[in-house]
Design a protein around this ligand. Sequence first.
Ligand code: BTN
Length: 319
Amino acid sequence: MKNAVLRLLRENSPGYISGEEICKRMGVSRTAIWKHIQALRAEGYDIDSQTHSGYRLVAVPDRLYPEEIYCGLESVILGRNVYYFDSTASTNQAAREIAAGGGAEGTLVVAEEQTGGRGRMGRGWYAPRYLGIFCSLILRPELPPTEAPPVTMLAAVALARAIQEVCHIKAGIKWPNDILIGGKKLCGILTEMSAEMERLNYLVVGMGVNVNTADFPGELKEIATSLKIETGAFVSRRLLLQRLLYQFEQLYRVWLDKGFKPVLAEWKEYCVTLNCPVRVTSVRETLEGWAEDVDDTGALLLRLPDGTLKQLVAGEVSL
Ligand code: BTN
């Protein structure tokens, strides 16, 4: 009901809609309408009211409420069903629970803040309130579990595309899926999978984007950046998330219809850690060599000093 009032206000924005008209369209009393207006104001919507003209939507809050995400969203499946948290430990954790309970393909879990955000290789993820995009997508592709890992690289391309579209800056991808600007980390992706030997149950693709963060605590200062720091301007999280969902969906269709090759080709265009000397640290070892290529499965092909070519499926690259 509250969202129906919001929809009417939006339809009439920037003009006024009378209280009487809202009552008529919704079949409820003026008191009920007033309560919904008050609830919307409490959520941060700026709504002007005039005795003779009625109500007018002046401004919407910078929040990732489901209604804000749906309004102007161009994707068809991704983000059409949103679970919103003002605060949660980890959207990946929440998404796993929702997926285990039957959450549909394309379901998006989004939080304004994470208190226990999870990163790759057992690290955390800094997720301060209202300053970033912290979200997880539930996907159920009909693929064997062994073919699922490239989804993380696909997510990196979707992020790079959305950033370019909204902020007009070209971000770089560091193998396998970190998004960097000027060598500092802007986005991270953590994909988790539930599968049996032959059957994939679901994927949870968690994405964290530093959007309007003005500064980072402690050691993050040296290694992290945000879109606001890089562009000098406030960036709409809502718009960026909407474009991310759209771009992700386009790439996801390509992957399922034509395979990973076309997505990988674009990933390579954004990659800033190929054809250069690198150090790769994995749980088992640290290797130095020449980052020669990435194969069709997304594995890094590292030319070692002795001339052999090593295929690496996971690790942390430093230049
Ligand atoms: C990395 O270490 O690079 C991956 C970071 C992934 C962070 C995102 S934020 C949303 C989602 N929920 C989590 O707990 N982690 C991912």
